[in-house]
Ligand binder design. Structure first.
Ligand SMILES: C[S@@+](CC[C@H](N)C(=O)[O-])C[C@H]1O[C@@H](n2cnc3c(N)ncnc32)[C@H](O)[C@@H]1O
Length: 315
């Protein structure tokens, strides 16, 4: 089974790890996962590009060719360069050893040139060859040139909007697949709907505020997205339960975002009408969640500033 590697950004590392694991398991529940701090090694029939396209916090990824105890490489390792015109070498040092990375990258490049006709190109090479050094073992891998998907445009913003990275990660954390439908009952500027559609997931948004409804609509239209938006109170979601597979939402805080009532009371009501059998993830102000009759399967804390720490809860 092919093995791939993912180096994650260290901001929100716990979420970053769980997001990749959730995506991998969504596509292939028999995948094997090994976590070495911010490096994840995965054995799965799912291609690393498919995982990378969805994952929010992956900095570098590719396929593993082999594990090595030392640094020795030979001609056999460079079969992958057969049809490549250009390449670059990258060393990722996650070990505790001090290593002169540029020097080692140059030495590796010089060695490869002896076995291959491909030339070094630092900008946009056909193939990037990786040597990942960790405390116990080293991994030799590669990645073919990889076109990142276009990000959805957002022409209208609002101070209470949730950043796209956390929103995207939340969608992935509950394992929604292409073709399924997500509902955001407090959709605001439409961030959840935009991120979902960019991954091939349909969306339904509700917001009681006409202004937010209009903003969401404009943001979807400019991308040619077809998610449904309903100008309605969140309680209306009980009438559309058969139309979605999961809920991803960021509840009103009562600071910048308008709330139809006291945010704590609103959350209690919201939790009391949550449908059974759906994948549910929500964000709220830290502290609110303690008063809810809900047993989260997972909880993450996100510090924003002195007076606001938020929590993400997976039901
Ligand atoms: C924190 S904001 C959501 C931000 C959104 N995630 C985004 O990225 O733009 C909360 C939203 O809930 C909406 N809202 C407040 N009370 C509501 C209610 N009773 N029913 C539906 N929407 C409500 C507000 O208008 C606001 O747009």
């Amino acid at each position: 089974m092919p093995e791939s590697f993912f180096i994650l950004s260290k901001d929100n590392l716990e979420i970053a790890i769980d997001e990749v694991v959730s995506i991998v398991k969504t596509y292939d529940r028999f995948s094997k996962v090994k976590i070495l701090s911010n490096l994840i090694i995965i054995q799965s029939k799912t291609n690393w590009e498919q995982i990378t396209k969805r994952a929010t916090f992956v900095k570098v990824s590719g396929q593993i060719l082999r594990k090595m105890s030392g640094l020795f490489l030979d001609g056999e390792n460079f079969e992958i360069l057969k049809n490549a015109k250009t390449f670059v070498c990258r060393i990722i040092n996650l070990s505790s050893d001090k290593i002169n990375v540029p020097e080692l990258e140059r030495a590796m490049g010089d060695m490869i040139i002896k076995f291959s006709k491909a030339k070094v190109s630092l900008k946009n090479p056909d193939i990037t060859i990786y040597l990942i050094l960790t405390i116990n073992e080293n991994f030799f891998g590669f990645a073919k040139r990889f076109e990142c998907e276009k990000r959805p445009k957002k022409i209208k913003t609002h101070p209470h909007e949730l950043n796209w990275k956390l929103t995207r990660a939340m969608i992935n954390l509950i394992g929604l697949k292409e073709g399924e439908t997500v509902c955001d009952p407090f959709c605001g500027t439409g961030t959840t709907l935009l991120e979902a559609e960019s991954m091939g997931i349909h969306g339904i948004g509700l917001d009681f505020d006409q202004k937010m409804y209009d903003i969401s609509k404009e943001n979807l239209d400019v991308n040619g997205y077809k998610s449904k938006i309903i100008k309605a109170d969140f309680s209306q979601l009980t009438n559309i339960v058969n139309e979605f597979d999961g809920i991803v939402t960021d509840l009103p805080y009562g600071i910048a975002s308008k709330s139809s009532e006291n945010p704590e009371e609103l959350i209690k009501k919201f939790v009391s009408i949550l449908p059974k059998g759906k994948k549910i993830i929500m964000m709220c102000k830290k502290g609110f969640e303690k008063k809810l009759k809900i047993k989260p399967t997972k909880k993450y804390e996100i510090y924003r500033h002195k007076s606001l720490t938020r929590v993400i809860i997976i039901k």
